[in-house]
Write a protein that binds this ligand. Structure first.
Ligand SMILES: Cc1ncc(C[n+]2csc(CCOP(=O)(O)OP(=O)(O)O)c2C)c(N)n1
Length: 294
């Protein structure tokens, strides 16, 4: 793989309001470096409606369009159409939406845009819950995790929705997973997505220190452990068909990932075994879908 340079350009300025250690703040900084200034980014309601600060101030050095919670992909489709009418095919139209805004409430708009193969780059900032409003469960919350709506006496009963499989089944030109623990990989995937026309989807793994009850200095470490434990493998899907896995050779048991987060502190030995078995099963399924390794 070619060596990737992280661009010097900064498009996320000082003074933003993200929590200490917010994984998404690091991800946003890297993302805006890769996408560049000529970007219109649509923000359906999420932490990122608040993080840049209050009008007339903003930490974004790109054009930001704040949109209704359900409308991320639909708003971006409209922005793209308006730019096309103006003959502007240089400006990139992107969406930055939470997992609530993607897996749940915005899924219909996203599915419609993907089916039409709208020329947009959709980034799902997945912190595995509705964090801006106080850590409610979403369909991206993992099995057995604590949230304020899945207390430890009744932890989440359902597994995380497989959003990558859903996007692959729309046969979009490009979908990829990424984390801040592998910044060159994230930049490479964003730059690759930028060079493709049609609907592109990035599933970004995004540790949330208050919501995950984890130490704020461990966002990068937890992201790396998510990949090494295969809780969150790094891979790409082209045209809904061609899978490429960026396999991490240093594999660790899921226990190493779970034990750093208070949202899993109630898990029993049996729960950890169930989680490990589910992860092993998902990995096998992913391997069967992939055709090569790099
Ligand atoms: C229709 C509608 N319902 C509820 C809200 C309140 N609300 C704002 S942000 C948010 C949580 C968003 O969760 P997610 O999409 O996961 O992003 P995160 O906050 O985790 O970044 C909610 C429920 C809203 N703005 N609009």
């Amino acid at each position: 793989m070619d060596k990737i340079k992280i661009p010097i350009e900064e498009n996320l300025g000082h003074g933003h309001l993200a929590c200490a250690g917010c994984g998404a703040a690091i991800a946003m900084r890297l993302t805006l470096k890769a996408l560049g200034e000529k970007t219109v980014m649509v923000f359906p309601a999420s932490c990122w409606s608040i993080v840049p600060g209050f009008w007339p101030y903003s930490s974004y050095r790109i054009t930001a369009v704040h949109a209704g919670f359900v409308t991320g992909a639909a708003t971006a489709s409209g922005v793209r159409a308006a730019l096309d009418v103006r003959g502007d095919d240089e400006t990139l139209v992107a969406v930055w939406a939470g997992d609530g805004g993607t897996f749940d409430i915005g899924l219909q708009a996203l599915s419609g845009a993907a089916e039409r193969n709208e020329d947009i780059l959709y980034i799902c900032n997945d912190n595995e819950g509705y964090m801006n409003t106080g850590t409610q469960r979403s369909s991206a919350t993992p099995l057995l995790a604590w949230t304020t709506t899945t207390p430890t006496t009744q932890p989440k009963e359902n597994p995380k929705k497989d959003i990558m499989a859903i996007m692959a089944d729309h046969h979009i030109p490009y979908a990829a997973t990424a984390t801040i623990a592998y910044p060159e990989d994230l930049i490479r995937k964003l730059e690759k997505a930028k060079g493709i026309r049609g609907t592109r989807f990035i599933h970004l793994f995004s540790p949330c220190p208050p919501g995950w009850k984890m130490a704020s200095e461990q966002s990068v470490k937890i992201s790396r452990l998510a990949v090494r434990s295969r809780i969150f493998p790094l891979y790409e899907i082209e045209n809904g068909r061609d899978y490429t896995i960026q396999e991490e050779q240093r594999v660790v048991p899921v226990r190493e990932y779970l034990k750093l987060q208070g949202r899993f502190s109630h898990l029993t030995e049996k729960d950890i075994e169930i989680t490990q078995a589910n992860v092993d099963d998902a990995w096998e399924r992913l391997l069967r879908k992939s055709r090569c390794f790099i």
